[in-house]
Design a binder for this molecule. Structure first.
Ligand SMILES: Nc1ncnc2c1ncn2[C@@H]1O[C@H](COP(=O)(O)OP(=O)(O)OP(=O)(O)O)[C@@H](O)[C@H]1O
Ligand SMILES: [Mg+2]
Length: 376
């Protein structure tokens, strides 16, 4: 098995690098009754960290934990659907007769309990249309968790999605319900940094200062090197420090990209991994993405393309609406840059950190540089 997992699935601590400090921070938050808000750019490892934390033996044994990902949801009904299914699914694995006790408290979801015509067993088969009062359902679900003999942890991934739900007042009511919980701890994670910060740090927002923030940065280089080297060593192979240094530097240690290249180098079966093998693996991975990058790039307007090229050239671009930036890259005008940037940002093609922008997909950025920037 290739030990460098790139699917996002958490296997075990054996294949998970470091994050010891972050894991104990979350643990301390949970034990001390504090809710956590976990923020990072995409693919840095939020979901992995949550799964890693929840699977710690001390946590697993003591708490009932539930993890839902709101990324694909557009309404509170969908959130209710996910949360209730996760609770029932998880509790079933512990052999409890959960369905009856669940709808005893979560009365609004009773229509979801049906008789399977073949087996004659009760099943939970809720349709979105049957969730007529989603906020009430959420309140009841939290009541159900509060009554559980074991303390609970609810982790809500891509939490910022809630801000886009059409229902008004959702966040304010949710905050009230969360605040009432004594037996349940919450972890809210999200990758849209600006939105997450607005939700949790802005005084006008209901979740203002209600959680302890945890910003997930890149894994420490030395820790990552020992982890990677150990896995090559276990297979009777060696990863040179020079090779890893180049890899880490190219991607600023951004987890998924480092994992992706390590995975490719591992697959190569070379006995000794040097910078040569690193460059081969990188070229190969960019080549694999080529068709998709071409397709994606083709969909943008001329001004969007020009802006993407300018950002790719600089890697991290500051003050993109300044005259200096516009002139440096022969762009049309600051206002054109602004409107292109807004669209690209909304579609998550570019990411903003402090005052600088970069292309979210680092491999896409490299592909643009290779194809549209100066040849050196
Ligand atoms: N500490 C780690 N050690 C090894 N691999 C990791 C670690 N953290 C994350 N990964 C891997 O890196 C990739 C990205 O991680 P993950 O999906 O957790 O990121 P994320 O921040 O939740 O991303 P997104 O914002 O896209 O949801 C996954 O393939 C995951 O398996
Ligand atoms: Mg995630």
């Amino acid at each position: 098995m290739n030990p460098f997992i790139i699917t996002g699935e958490y296997i075990s601590s054996e294949y998970f690098c470091d994050r010891e400090r972050e894991t104990s921070t979350i643990e301390s938050n949970v034990v001390n009754g504090r809710n956590t808000v976990l923020i990072s750019s995409r693919r840095m490892g939020k979901t992995g960290l949550i799964s890693h934390f929840l699977s710690q033996p001390g946590i697993n044994a003591r708490y009932k934990s539930f993890l839902i990902d709101l990324y694909s949801t557009n309404s509170l009904q969908e959130m209710v659907m996910m949360l209730s299914r996760e609770i029932i699914r998880k509790s079933k694995t512990t052999g409890e007769r959960v369905l009856e006790s669940f709808v005893d408290v979560v009365k609004s979801l009773r229509p979801g309990v049906k008789m399977d015509p073949v087996t004659g067993q009760l099943v939970f088969d809720l349709s979105l249309g049957e969730i007529s009062h989603p906020l009430e359902s959420i309140e009841e679900i939290f009541e159900y968790l509060e009554a559980s003999p074991q303390p609970c942890i609810v982790a809500i991934d891509e939490f910022q999605q809630i801000a886009d739900y059409p229902e008004k007042n959702t966040l304010a009511l949710l905050r009230t319900y969360v605040q009432r919980c004594r037996n349940t701890s919450f972890i809210f994670a999200g990758s849209k940094r600006r939105m997450m910060e607005k939700l949790f740090n802005s005084p006008s927002e209901p979740f203002y200062q209600s959680c302890v923030p945890l910003y997930l940065e890149a894994i420490d280089k030395d820790e990552y090197f020992s982890f990677a080297e150990k896995h090559f060593h276990n297979a009777g192979r060696s990863l040179t420090e020079g090779c890893f240094d180049e890899l880490y530097k190219t991607f600023d240690g951004h987890t998924w990209y480092v994992q992706r290249i390590l995975n490719e180098m591992y697959a190569s079966n070379e006995a000794v991994l040097t910078p040569v093998q690193y460059h081969e693996a990188l070229d190969y991975v960019i080549k694999l993405g080529e068709k998709a990058f071409e397709e994606q790039f083709r969909t943008y307007s001329n001004s969007q393309k020009q802006l993407l090229i300018a950002i790719a050239k600089e890697g991290k671009a500051d003050a993109i609406t300044s005259m200096a930036f516009v002139r440096r890259h022969a762009l049309k005008s600051p206002s054109t840059v602004q409107s292109s940037a807004r669209q690209l940002y909304d579609e998550e093609v570019i990411t903003r950190e402090d005052n600088s922008y970069y292309i979210s997909n680092r491999l896409f950025s490299m592909w643009i540089r290779e194809n549209y920037c100066a040849i050196v």
